[in-house]
Ligand binder design. Structure first.
Ligand SMILES: *Cc1c(COP(=O)(O)O)cnc(C)c1O
Length: 368
């Protein structure tokens, strides 16, 4: 069977290096906020090009902490509005509402499936304090126009970079395009830990210090608490694993790009909409390869019968979730249409050429 994502195979590529670091961490006797986290933070900040990288417990916390810090710093207050794409993964929206901020959903562009920047300005009110951009499926969303809008209305740009580590825009890495960025190292992400893990990157000293304190019970000095904080730390063990895997991320993303290119050139079916390939290769790291078609259930069943596992990212948009009753009556036609049509094909750095060819061949023989 061709698995959607073979995590075991992905991690076994680095078995020796990971085991060596795990043993070292195990034997060190120090398991939280120590050397491994310091080293990984330093290497991550260098890789991204941002002044600060702060390891945290997971990707949702990374985004929550950024917004919470802006509240503590007085840039935002409860009831303020944050713009976010309507078709994002729910975690982006949860990070906003969990802080008592109001998510303002904006439709995506039908081609890129990322937020439609031309629709942002009409959603801005006096209460708008930030724009959370999401580099969905690994594809960068950024532009001079976006920067101009943020400056004009004095808004913070927060990047949800959970799916796009290693992507870049005009020479700048995602995670260094806006004011602050949240990363997820959930095992299935392009840079995945062996459990939960996340990080924040930014260039602002005050923001970084505030996030560090909030993530550590609101304390920047033992037993002195300046905020009503949380416990959201990156484990030493996860940091050690991530530090090993970070060295290989570019090679792994390159393989994803090769597979995406092959899919794009060779899947030939007039009923399937293939994902847009950005003009500059650096602008996507292909976390997911998402096709669109009107009868996806039929194709998905057919692929399953032929030993090819696919997934749907995502079946229900945030505004249609029970969790957001207050938004259930809102209408986002593009978002709703996308959620009915998307299907994610297997893509990963460990997929073989034969497996890729089999996916292409099988899809091309599908009878609509
Ligand atoms: C995975 C993901 C998150 C949340 O990350 P966790 O580490 O699972 O908390 C947030 N936003 C997006 C777009 C994601 O894909």
């Amino acid at each position: 069977m061709i698995k959607f994502l073979d995590l075991q195979k992905i991690n076994l590529v680095h078995q020796q290096e990971i085991e060596d670091r795990l043993i070292k961490t195990f034997r060190s006797g120090w398991y939280l906020l120590g050397n491994e986290v310091n080293i990984f933070e330093e290497n991550l900040s260098k890789y991204i090009g941002a002044k600060h990288a702060i390891g945290v417990a997971n990707g949702l916390d990374a985004l929550r902490l950024i917004l919470r810090a802006y509240i503590e710093m007085g840039f935002m207050k409860k009831g303020d509005e944050i713009i976010v794409p309507a078709n994002t993964y729910i975690a982006s929206v949860l990070a906003i509402s969990d802080n008592g901020l109001i998510p303002i959903l904006v439709e995506p562009n039908e081609k890129s499936l990322n937020i439609d920047i031309s629709k942002i300005e009409e959603s801005i009110t006096e209460k708008t304090k930030g724009i959370m951009i999401v580099h969905l499926y690994g594809r960068v969303i950024f532009s001079k126009e976006l920067k101009f809008i943020a400056e004009k209305y004095n808004l913070k740009i927060i990047e949800d970079n959970a799916q796009a580590i290693g992507a870049s825009w005009e020479g700048l890495n995602t995670g260094n395009l806006g004011d602050a960025a949240g990363f997820s190292f959930y095992p299935g992400k392009n840079l995945g830990a062996l459990g939960d893990a996340g990080a924040v990157t930014c260039n602002d000293d005050e923001l970084a210090n505030t996030i560090r304190s909030i993530a550590n019970y609101g304390s920047n000095q033992k037993y002195v608490n300046i905020y009503q904080g949380l416990n959201s730390r990156l484990d030493e063990i996860q940091a050690a694993i991530l530090d090993v895997k970070l060295k290989h991320i570019d090679v792994e993303n390159k393989r994803r790009k090769e597979i995406a290119k092959k899919y794009s050139l060779e899947i030939k079916n007039p009923n399937i909409i293939l994902p847009e390939i950005p003009e500059n290769e650096e602008e996507s790291v292909w976390h997911l390869f998402v096709i669109r078609l009107f009868n996806r259930e039929k194709l998905q069943n057919y692929l399953t019968e032929n030993g090819i596992q696919t997934l749907i990212h995502y079946p229900i948009p945030p505004h249609k979730q029970k969790a957001y009753k207050e938004m259930n009556d809102l209408s986002f036609p593009i978002t709703e249409k996308i959620h009915k049509e998307v299907l994610s094909l297997p893509i990963s750095p460990v997929m073989t050429d034969d497996e890729v060819s089999k996916v292409i061949y099988t899809i091309n023989n599908f009878d609509f």
